[in-house]
Write a protein that binds this ligand. Structure first.
Ligand code: 6GU
Length: 250
């Protein structure tokens, strides 16, 4: 998978060299390229922003540097990209809320390009223009406001890259986690390790009993209970066809 990130703060993306994402790059599973938007300015001050038409607070990122920067990225496709071109991801508080479904979809793409806005966003014509050339998704992390897209790129990249085959060693761990489609998007059950008793708190006895059927049922019940109390919206979307009588009792 190739990832291109255009930003005015390339240093913000330094953590992509660490941990699982760094290792994926060393293994050749991932090629991350970070580009400085200011390389595509032509004035002495390397200006990327200007006052908004119609007035108001804040500054808007100018379309010119964005057009040049994204054209340069699009002109250099990775070898395996095919005819579809990249998905252009534009992190923004006005985007669709990013979730595990989108992460799964994006993990199957050979090429993702991120455009990190700052200030009051990027001139709207940039997204309008590129919608005519590539698949564009404006994505939000949730209902709060960040100063720019860089932190969203870190979060989205981590969620996506760990789903790329070979990046996480034990593939089973990807289906046994919160929000996994295999578990109907439920929150994961609680987990325990040794010792069996700690500060007066005991591990639930069923987990040490060796009855795998009973363990599976207990975990499903706990996942349902947790999800019902913390995320009623997720329970409301459960597919009744995938629930049995025991589920409904919980
Ligand atoms: Cl993706 N960007 C910004 N600037 N703010 C956000 C966000 C993204 N997601 C939630 N808030």
């Amino acid at each position: 998978m190739r990832l291109d990130v255009v930003t005015i703060f390339p240093d913000y993306l330094a953590p992509l060299q660490l941990s699982l994402i760094g290792r994926a790059q060393a293994q050749g599973l991932l090629d991350v390229r970070v580009h400085d938007l200011r390389e595509h300015t032509h004035d002495r001050h390397r200006t990327v922003d200007d006052t908004p038409y119609g007035g108001g607070a804040g500054l808007v990122m100018k379309p010119g540097p964005w057009g040049e920067a994204l054209d340069a990225v699009l002109a250099d496709p990775p070898p395996g990209a095919g005819q579809d071109g990249p998905v252009l991801l534009v992190p923004s508080p006005v985007g669709e809320v990013f979730g595990q479904r989108a992460a799964v979809d994006l993990a199957a793409e050979p090429w993702l390009v991120f455009a990190c806005g700052r200030y009051e966003g990027i001139d709207a014509r940039v997204v309008e223009h590129y919608r005519g050339r590539v698949r564009v998704r404006e994505v939000s992390l949730g209902d709060y406001v960040l100063n720019g897209g860089e932190v969203a790129v870190l979060a989205i990249t981590e969620a996506v890259v760990r789903l790329v085959p070979g990046v996480v060693g034990n593939a089973a761990s990807l289906t046994e986690e919160s929000h996994a489609p295999e578990h109907d998007g439920l929150l994961e059950h609680p987990a325990y390790t040794k010792p069996a008793s700690w500060r007066g708190l005991d591990v639930p006895t069923v987990l040490a009993g060796g009855d795998h059927g009973a363990v599976g049922r207990w975990r499903r019940d706990e996942a349902l209970r947790r999800t019902a109390s913390r995320r009623p919206d997720v329970v409301a979307r459960l597919d009744p066809a995938r629930c049995d009588a025991r589920d409904l009792a919980v």
